[in-house]
Design a protein around this ligand. Structure first.
Ligand code: SF4
Length: 316
């Protein structure tokens, strides 16, 4: 392990097809579209100590995508005959984007499932947004789901990552969503050196205290994300790794999902391989979804730490 990303060996994750040791690099074939992520922009109302996508109150390198731009991808899903999929929104904080509810409405209207990732804080709790969410719920019911980020079940630990007072505001938003029976899940982190069972037991107590009908032992209700240490000297993933590690490439996120991002100043959005790599041009397929449904070479350290060795998936 190293402490500084600049100290990492540069020969690793360099060649698209071959690792630094000369072995064949692993790749993932695209199977089918299950989830199209739409990044709503990197602006966020808070600044976490370790944000994987480097969002924040002044961070706009990924701009707000508009309703019209998002709708073009819904059109393309129809044109390609991909059927009903999950349209998932992530940021930044998606409810900072003024078109968030309208984009969700468009996706739901066309028969897709919608998932919105949020910290459930002030942007979501504005009256106009709450009205929008209630309207969508009344029209589309259980097809609209929200995933709330609670880094740790304890207030002190969560606030150390997200800022003083953030836990209380997130819990208030969570209570509001639960009171209106929105389908919910929780996303937490595993950065605390605690065993998974300890984390799940802690969240189970929290859910009980809040009266939430959520099973903390169900990986789809409480998603515990592996950490992405950008300073870790991780092994490269070769074609032999699938068998050695007993990992099925069909279960890796980029086999079934893509993400749309709108870079600041760009003429149009781009489709990228996954939610984890918005800034690496090697994983950018260009503006059209139809050009983005091919093989992905696992040529980034996140492929190793998060997906193959960590077993993580944003779509759990
Ligand atoms: S980081 Fe992205 S591109 Fe790499 S394996 Fe994971 S999903 Fe695929």
């Amino acid at each position: 392990m190293t402490a500084n990303p600049d100290d990492l060996p540069r020969e690793k994750f360099a060649h698209p097809d071959v690792t630094a040791k000369g072995e064949a690099r692993a790749s993932v074939d695209f199977r089918r579209l299950e989830t199209l992520w739409i990044n709503t922009g990197t602006l966020c109302n808070i600044e976490c100590a370790h944000c994987y996508i480097h969002s924040g109150p002044t961070e706009d390198r990924l701009a707000y995508i508009t309703r019209e731009e998002a709708a073009r991808y819904l059109d393309e899903i129809d044109e390609l005959g991909l059927g009903a999929v999950e349209i998932a929104f992530t940021g930044g904080e998606p409810f900072m984007n003024p078109d968030m509810c309208a984009m969700a409405e468009d996706a739901l209207h066309r028969g897709h499932e919608v998932l919105i990732l949020t910290n459930a804080m002030q942007p979501m709790m504005r009256p106009r947004v709450r009205e929008g969410l209630l309207d969508l719920k009344s029209r589309f019911g259980q097809r609209l789901r929200l995933r709330i980020s609670i880094d740790h079940h304890l207030e002190e630990t969560h606030d150390r990552e997200r800022g003083t007072g953030s836990y209380a505001r997130t819990i208030a938003g969570l209570r509001w969503l639960a009171a209106h029976a929105f389908p919910l899940s929780i996303a937490a982190r595993t950065a605390w050196g605690e065993a998974e069972e300890v984390m799940r037991a802690g969240f189970s107590s929290l859910f009980q205290k809040l009266g939430l009908n959520l099973d903390a032992h169900d990986p789809a209700s409480l998603i515990l994300f592996p950490e992405m240490d950008e300073a870790a000297d991780v092994p490269e993933i070769t074609t032999a790794c699938w068998n050695i590690l007993h990992v099925d490439p069909a279960q890796v996120m980029c086999a079934t999902s893509r993400m749309v991002v709108k870079r600041k100043g760009a003429q149009e959005p781009s489709v990228i391989a996954c939610t984890l790599l918005p800034d690496d041009p090697k994983f950018d397929f260009g503006p059209r979804l139809c050009d983005a449904l091919g093989r992905v070479k696992l040529n980034h350290r996140h492929c190793a730490t998060f997906c193959v060795l960590g077993g993580g998936s944003c779509t759990a």
